[in-house]
Design a protein around this ligand. Structure first.
Ligand code: BGC
Length: 336
């Protein structure tokens, strides 16, 4: 083959190689980004809000980048074994990122093992149910998105103190002491532990005297909260002046029972779910803490998608201690 022929052959080979590369890049850009999401239950109002934040952010990402997003959302029905199976399935299926709302927050390690064994480059974003820091630090691409549990409690406590200043009739019998009951979330959940302790501490630090009549767990649920509240109403009646609730759904359950019994008491929640905000606007709920569920969902999605597709943490997600996203929190108080 002459010089000319060889040059032509080289050019053809180069064109073929470049064409191949171009075709491959195009293919990768067109391939939908698959994100596996496992939630502990599909009936939790606040987790639902986080998921809707993720869906909105996924839609915005598709519009911005033209890349299709597939969110594979599975509910683990309260079973850690089932959640592990779901994550195995995500990995076998070739998901680009995995987002996990743990059933049991002490079981993060089993999820991390599954992902690291299969493909350590896949980002894992835990949200709402916080693993211990040792678990988060087990891999390069492990993150947590949630709210600062202690801060939610401090805000709830401040809201109670501010309400008492504005509405002294909250102390119904005028004895200078607020008789209260507390509805707690699921045992062992970081938010239950911190909210139960620091809301009371903050109220007392504001110089308010408290007397605990009773407390118990209603596992974050409205129906169970109503039942507990009915028992307390039977035992203490209108002696109850304040109902501190670890979340809005339980606050609504307490209000259901109070309304049915015709007893009034100041009820405070946490979350600012849509139903919680409706009760606040109607003046039934005295206060709640806005935990910005949609912003949490947006951060979960943006971390998962940008790390999986572009290998970088997105500029609009602020990290603390390199691996944590804590969304800003706000107090919401009834105008009444
Ligand atoms: C929320 C609760 C929710 C729980 C689920 C908490 O942060 O306040 O409403 O049920 O998370 O893990």
């Amino acid at each position: 083959m002459g010089k000319k022929g060889r040059r032509l052959l080289c050019l053809c080979l180069l064109a073929a190689v470049l064409g191949g590369v171009a075709w491959k890049t195009h293919d990768a850009a067109q391939k939908p980004l698959q994100i596996g999401v496992s939630i502990y239950l599909d009936t939790d109002t606040f987790v639902e809000k986080i998921i809707s934040g993720m869906e909105e952010a996924a839609h915005a990402y598709e519009e911005e980048t033209g890349r299709k997003i597939v969110l594979n959302i599975s509910a683990a029905n309260g079973s850690q074994r089932l959640q592990n199976e779901q994550v195995k399935r995500f990995m076998a299926f070739g998901c680009d990122a995995v987002c996990v709302n743990l059933v049991d927050r002490t079981s993060a390690s089993s999820i991390i093992d599954i992902v690291l064994q299969e493909d350590p480059s896949v980002p894992v974003i835990f949200f709402n149910r916080e693993p211990v820091p040792e678990d988060i630090m087990r891999g390069e691409r492990i993150y947590y998105v949630g709210s600062d549990a202690k801060q939610t409690a401090v805000l709830q406590g401040r809201s109670v103190a501010a309400s008492l200043r504005r509405r002294p009739e909250m102390d119904k019998d005028g004895d200078g002491v607020l008789q209260y009951v507390m509805l707690e979330g699921e045992m062992g959940h970081q938010d239950t532990i911190m909210r139960s302790e620091y809301s009371v501490e903050t109220i007392e630090e504001a110089g308010i005297l408290l007397k605990k009549l009773d407390s118990g767990t209603a596992d974050w649920e409205r129906g169970r909260a109503r039942m507990l509240m009915e028992q307390w109403l039977a035992a203490y009646g209108s002696e109850i002046e304040l109902v501190l609730c670890n979340n809005d759904d339980m606050a609504l359950g307490a209000l259901d029972a109070l309304d049915a019994a015709g007893v009034s008491a100041a009820v405070f929640g946490v979350d600012a779910t849509d139903v919680g905000m409706e009760a606040l606007s109607a003046g039934r709920l005295w206060g709640t803490v806005d935990c910005n569920g949609k912003a949490q969902g947006r951060a979960v999605f943006r971390l998962a998608a940008c790390i999986a597709a572009e290998g970088r943490v997105p500029g609009d997600v602020m990290l603390q201690k390199e691996r944590y996203v804590r969304v800003p929190l706000y107090n919401r108080m009834s105008a009444k």
